[in-house]
Write a protein that binds this ligand. Structure first.
Ligand code: M6R
Length: 612
């Protein structure tokens, strides 16, 4: 995930910026860069960039004599354009006078870029971010720097955290926030701007949190905050009582909890700029080159492991029901040793958070050898599977640090929904159906928010059931994979034995386990299989088994059947997994924590399984 650091004060800026970049490394990145306004009589902006680790940038900087007390720097996690020096931030305008670092996505950058090109601007990168430098340059022809920044911001659609320098204003830095975090560390005669508190805590514990729509003009003497209409805003200086590790976790005790709570944002990021409501279509830039091939495929095989495999299973239900394409989902570890029958009309899709899982990679290489079209739904930009597949869609969930996959899973489901709309609209799906799915998908982030607000009640339920040694998790149709995913979560985080099952299969065996010491959890939203699930619950109840239910808000019947209920908002049946999985993540988390386990690093597990 991109990171920003900026410095203005009495110290040399370059070492402070480098130190900040190192502290931002944990967020994941593919390249890094720095701009410092030079002194020594040579008033120019020194900019250095490096693809790969911050250490490479450090090496480059050590060979230069960069003297200056004001600078900005960035770690980039590619969104528009591949990871390489020219796409790395900071980005400069045509004259090299303005330098910009940017987090977020400028959704209307194409229109703005076309207009700027018409006005004679030359672009050096493929990024959306570069347009900000050129826009400011354009406005600077008619007004001062501050006003030019404000006018530029008015034209941007999307999200941004920005830090901006101008060579002719060597004592000023302008920063702005809209949907991408930015805070200002207030030190003694110095200010440090960062997208993440972890780059600030070692300099000061006094911070100003910028809110969306706010812009700050900073000098070494002080700062003022305004909105984009130049109206002054009073800001409170807060005290940060976090250490470094807490800062990385945003003040929360574990990465798993932080990442669970990030899901409204990561789901938004997965769909950002990819929804075209007017034509009920998903815009998936990474598939542009294979659009024609995708029109001709008549079969899909999804290969993946663990949580990513369960996302694939949800995808199977979506794609078959709405895109009308036959889908098989395979454990990559099985697929790689089978003799799969593939041809050019088969698309093999790898789903992987890390993009490095050995089995998934081997499965994709096998599919490639056999002539199938290979695609990836990958979170880690530039990872091996992302490179080995012919085309694909990135999740943009940001790095996932907790071993348990949480936000990567919901972003995978979001991409699979978009892919279903994309392939469906290439085929028989009507405009109205495409529009309805996209409209409901857009509501999901706010709906996840309402579930997260029930954290305390979910914790209570977790504590009530924490001492049971065995569980049966069940669901049907779209929520059968969610029962499996919930069971995996509580196994890996809380070391509780739990079997995930399609609820219709219960009577074929597992029901023999049920007694008062063996509780069950049913994922039972109001959907096309609701009544079937209720029958299953009645059978458990009749045998003295306790039941937790994940049900749709407003369901009055459910309380008669279940001992404890967690409600989720109403949505389309195909989208319920995006909501029903959230309580299951929290249940696993709270049970694991209550037992004193290290939920971020469960025993025997690795975040990325790069060996067989
Ligand atoms: O990086 P990937 O998505 O390819 O990883 C696949 C699995 O190893 C992963 O989902 C694993 O099951 C997680 N620990 C689940 O929380």
């Amino acid at each position: 995930m991109c990171g920003i650091i900026g410095y203005i004060g009495k110290k040399q800026a370059a070492p402070v910026l480098l130190d900040g970049l190192k502290r931002l490394e944990y967020r994941g990145y593919d390249s890094a860069g720095i701009s410092v306004i030079g002194e020594n009589g040579s008033r120019k902006i020194f900019t250095l960039k490096a693809t790969g680790k911050v250490a490479i940038l450090e090496e480059k900087i050590s060979k230069q004599n960069i003297i200056g007390n004001i600078g900005i720097a960035h770690t980039r996690w590619a969104t528009h354009g591949k990871p390489c020096d020219k796409n790395c931030h900071p980005h400069l305008d045509c004259s090299g006078n303005i330098s910009v670092v940017h987090n977020g996505i400028i959704e209307n950058y194409r229109q703005l870029k076309n207009q700027l090109i018409k006005n004679g601007h030359h672009f050096s990168s493929e990024t959306d971010s570069e347009i900000v430098a050129h826009l400011i340059e354009e406005f600077c022809k008619k007004m001062d720097f501050r006003e030019a920044v404000l006018q530029s911001l008015k034209l941007l659609k999307g999200t941004y955290g920005l830090a901006i320098l101008h060579k002719d204003h060597p004592a000023q830095m302008i920063v702005a926030r809209l949907g991408s975090p930015l805070l200002l560390g207030v030190g003694k005669e110095e200010f440090i701007v960062a997208s993440d508190a972890c780059a600030i805590v070692q300099y000061t514990d006094k911070v100003v949190y910028l809110e969306d729509g706010e812009v700050a003009l900073i000098t070494s003497e002080g700062f003022e905050v305004m909105n984009i209409k130049n109206k002054q805003i009073e800001k409170k200086v807060s005290t940060l009582d976090w250490d470094m590790e807490q800062a990385q976790k945003n003040g929360l005790p574990h990465f798993m909890l932080k990442e669970t709570f990030e899901q409204p944002e990561s789901v938004k990021n997965a769909m950002r700029g990819r929804i075209s409501k007017a034509d009920g279509m998903a815009r998936l830039g990474g598939l542009r080159d294979v659009e024609k091939k995708l029109k001709n495929i008549n079969r899909i095989i999804i290969v993946s492991c663990g949580t990513s495999y369960y996302a694939g299973l949800v995808g199977e239900y979506m794609l078959e029901e709405y895109a009308g394409i036959p889908v098989e989902v395979e454990y990559a570890s099985e697929f790689r040793y089978r003799k799969p029958i593939l041809n050019r009309k088969t698309a093999v899709i790898a789903i992987s958070q890390s993009g490095e899982t050995a089995d998934t990679l081997a499965a994709i290489l096998e599919a490639k050898n056999k002539g199938a079209l290979t695609l990836g739904i990958i979170n880690t930009v530039g990872s091996t599977i992302a490179r080995e597949t012919e085309a694909g869609v990135y999740n943009h969930a940001g790095p996932e640090m907790g071993v348990a996959s949480t936000k990567a899973f919901t972003s995978q489901l979001t991409i699979l929904t978009l892919l279903t709309v994309f392939l469906g609209r290439q085929r028989e799906m009507s405009l109205v159906t495409g529009q309805r799915i996209l409209k409901e998908l857009e509501k999901i982030p706010a709906q996840i928010e309402t579930i997260l607000k029930q954290g305390k009640e979910i914790k209570k339920i977790a504590l009530k059931y924490k001492n049971y040694a065995d569980f049966l998790y069940m669901g049907r149709k779209y929520n059968f994979p969610i029962a499996m995913e919930g069971a995996l979560k509580i196994k890996e985080i809380a070391y509780v034995h739990c079997a995930g099952y399609p609820s219709g299969e219960m009577k074929h065996g597992p029901i023999a386990l049920i007694d008062k010491n063996f509780p069950s959890l049913f994922v039972v939203p109001k959907d096309s299989v609701y009544e079937k699930n209720i029958s299953g619950m009645q059978e458990i109840k009749a045998r003295g088994g306790k039941i937790i239910a994940i049900a749709t808000v407003g369901d009055k019947e459910i309380k008669k059947q279940a001992n404890d209920v967690i409600f989720i908002p109403k949505t389309l049946e195909m989208l319920t997994p995006l909501l029903s999985v959230i309580p299951l993540q929290l249940l696993a988390y709270y049970v694991g924590v209550s037992k004193g386990y290290d939920v971020d690093k469960p025993r025997n597990l690795a975040k990325s399984v790069t060996v067989e």
